[in-house]
Design a protein around this ligand. Structure first.
Ligand SMILES: [Zn+2]
Length: 97
């Protein structure tokens, strides 16, 4: 009985590390690069922008957002952050949207 329990614990640990690997891969896929901002070694790398439905974060490779699990293109939050970095005010963004 004790042995079986240990086996189960090991199995759960393996599954958990596998899930970590998968989610790391997914996070990498979620990053959208931008041609207008060179995010490599940018001063804002690691900065997070909180929105009601997600958090945008700048990485060396670009921007990510947590609002969608499998986004195919950059969401409105990422676009909003980019526009803010370009120096556009929220009001202009709203008018343009
Ligand atoms: Zn988003």
């Amino acid at each position: 009985m004790q042995k079986l329990f240990k086996l189960q614990v090991n199995l759960i640990k393996k599954i958990m590390s596998l899930q970590n690997t998968i989610s790391n891969l997914e996070v990498r896929k979620l990053i959208f690069s931008t041609s207008l901002i060179d995010t490599q070694d940018h001063w804002a790398v690691g900065t997070e922008w909180q929105y009601a439905k997600g958090t945008v974060k700048m990485h060396n490779e670009g921007f990510s957002c947590s609002c969608k699990k499998k986004p195919r293109k950059a969401c409105s939050h990422i676009r909003n952050v980019k526009l803010r970095m370009y120096g556009t005010f929220d009001q202009y963004y709203k008018d343009a949207a």
